[in-house]
Write a protein that binds this ligand. Structure first.
Ligand code: BEZ
Length: 212
């Protein structure tokens, strides 16, 4: 059965470029981006891993860490890291799991046999500090992911957790937010003293709470 939003992310121990990793222990109280790529030494994957390395400071600002995975061996991951540095200008700065026995791929349903029966698809899981799965996305092998979108989702989730606001279509950082329906107007007066724009009783727009 596939994993769903709100499920606890399954724990595992697997080898990686940083040595054996126990996932829950490694995750600690961080937000985690767990993502699979199909294969080392392939072009789209090379660009993705360079991008995730480039974005490390952005993950850190959000108390988030990335961890990648493919079924290739650790030695291949390490050898490929040189190409990533050379071609993308950013060396691998996060662990890559070596899931040759498919332990993690099977747990997280990352191999979709009707797409490819031996390689992982481009899965993404955002996992919160309580180890709950908060987002899943699956991309085909031929489409490189948009990692700024992953950061945008983390920002949105953190706003919801911290301030009880949701984010509207195409929201980006600094844009107006929506007071979640579970918050009554009485509660909202306390929580949003600057007020809000009530377009409908269920559509209450408010300035992004963590911005001046
Ligand atoms: C790539 O990363 O370029 C790739 C990997 C597997 C299949 C297709 C493309």
């Amino acid at each position: 059965m596939s994993l769903r939003l709100g499920d606890i992310a399954p724990d595992f121990t697997q080898d990686s470029t940083d040595g054996p990793i126990n996932f829950h222990e490694w995750a600690g109280d961080n937000w985690i981006i767990l993502f699979s790529h199909p294969k080392d030494f392939t072009p789209v994957c090379t660009t993705e891993l360079g991008e995730v390395s480039r974005l490390k400071p952005e993950f850190e600002k959000r108390n988030a860490k990335a961890i990648g995975l493919s079924v290739d061996p650790v030695d291949d991951h390490r050898a490929w890291a040189g190409d990533i540095q050379e071609t993308q200008g950013h060396g691998l700065n996060f662990p890559l799991l070596a899931d040759g026995d498919r332990k993690v791929s099977d747990l997280y349903d990352m191999i979709h046999p009707n797409a490819n029966d031996s390689l992982t698809v481009r899965s993404v899981f955002i996992i919160d500090p309580n180890k709950k799965i908060r987002l899943t996305i699956t991309y085909p092998a031929s489409t490189g992911r948009n990692f700024p979108e992953i950061l945008r989702v983390i920002d949105s989730l953190q706003l919801t957790d911290d301030y009880k606001v949701a984010t509207p279509v195409n929201w980006t950082d600094g844009g107006d937010c929506i007071i979640v329906p579970a918050v009554t107007n009485e509660q909202a007066k306390e929580m949003f003293p600057g007020g809000w724009d009530e377009k409908k009783p269920y559509l209450r727009m408010v300035k992004q709470p963590n911005k001046p």
